[in-house]
Design a binder for this molecule. Structure first.
Ligand SMILES: [Zn+2]
Length: 294
């Protein structure tokens, strides 16, 4: 068994693939997460469903399962579905200016490609075509704002390009997860949970916050646009604390599974099974290959 490494962006890709193929009863998900977190003094008397929606809970449980030994047993769900990963790639190639490739794993945990950020530019839907891409790729040496201006002028549109960063440095809240940090992490988790509870029980706006607590964070600004300034502020504060708490829960699972938070180690066989390939930058086999053809 050979251990290889993948980026956080690719870990997320596996999770989103699994999400469409694995079904869970939400009750068992809630039970399992709460049980896991009880040893950290979280969710003894209250419930994780007070803060997180079903989609978020599914993400948390899949994160746990992918990092644990259970992954090999659920892998069959995506195994015969290698086209899932390919579909994913075809899909993002439509949306993005630069081509994305099959996801790769790395033999060397210090490989440059494992530690570099994934950057790309997303095109508005009606501009997803090869011509637009060809026209814009000429300007890749320019700063993003310039590329966006050129795009708007070329196509006489107010639509915007979006700059995408998949920051591989992980969350900025923590340095690498080590067991000695566990007490600090636990204290932070309790702090954020208290903050969430405090906001929900606020006499004036607690009810309002509760109404918006399950809104998808990515659409939050849109959903709360008609609320007054103070309510908006409180709802945003709630969602920010929620994201922090979720990161901490992920971090606790990282520690439990002896994983770092920015690169993740797996059995190479498992990743081969679901359509990953070896990185050309650090795989010994490919280095030898290059030498032969040189
Ligand atoms: Zn590599």
């Amino acid at each position: 068994m050979k251990t290889v490494y993948i980026t956080k962006a690719n870990l997320n890709r596996i999770i989103s693939n699994l999400k469409s193929t694995v079904t869970f009863s939400i009750d068992s998900v809630v039970n399992e997460i709460e049980k896991d977190l009880q040893q950290y003094n979280l969710f003894h008397e209250d419930h994780i469903t007070d803060f997180f929606n079903n989609n978020e809970l599914k993400n948390i449980i899949l994160y746990k399962k992918v990092l644990s030994s259970e992954f090999e047993t659920i892998i069959n769900n995506i195994k015969q579905n290698k086209q899932n990963i390919n579909y994913d790639i075809a899909n993002s190639n439509k949306k993005y200016l630069f081509k994305t490739d099959r996801p790769a794993y790395h033999s060397d945990s210090t490989c440059h490609y494992l530690n570099s950020d994934f950057n790309n530019i997303r095109l508005p839907e009606q501009y997803n075509n090869d011509n637009v891409k060809k026209n814009l790729q000429k300007y890749i040496h320019l700063p993003f704002n310039h590329i966006n201006n050129i795009f708007q002028k070329l196509y006489n549109t107010n639509e915007q390009l979006t700059e995408i960063h998949y920051d591989n440095t992980g969350s900025t809240t923590f340095i690498n997860s080590k067991v000695k940090d566990l007490i600090v992490i636990e204290q932070k988790a309790i702090k954020y949970k208290k903050q969430l509870r405090f906001l929900l029980s606020n006499e004036n706006i607690g009810k309002k916050i509760a109404n918006f607590r399950y809104a998808p964070t990515s659409k939050l600004a849109l959903v709360i646009q008609n609320e007054d300034v103070q309510t908006k502020k409180a709802i945003i504060e709630f969602h920010e604390a929620k994201i922090k708490l979720k990161e901490i829960i992920y971090n606790l699972y990282n520690i439990k599974n002896n994983q770092l938070e920015d690169k993740f180690h797996f059995n190479q066989y498992v990743l081969d099974e679901i359509g990953f390939k070896a990185c050309r930058g650090c795989s010994a086999f490919n280095r030898y290959d290059l030498k032969q053809s040189a």
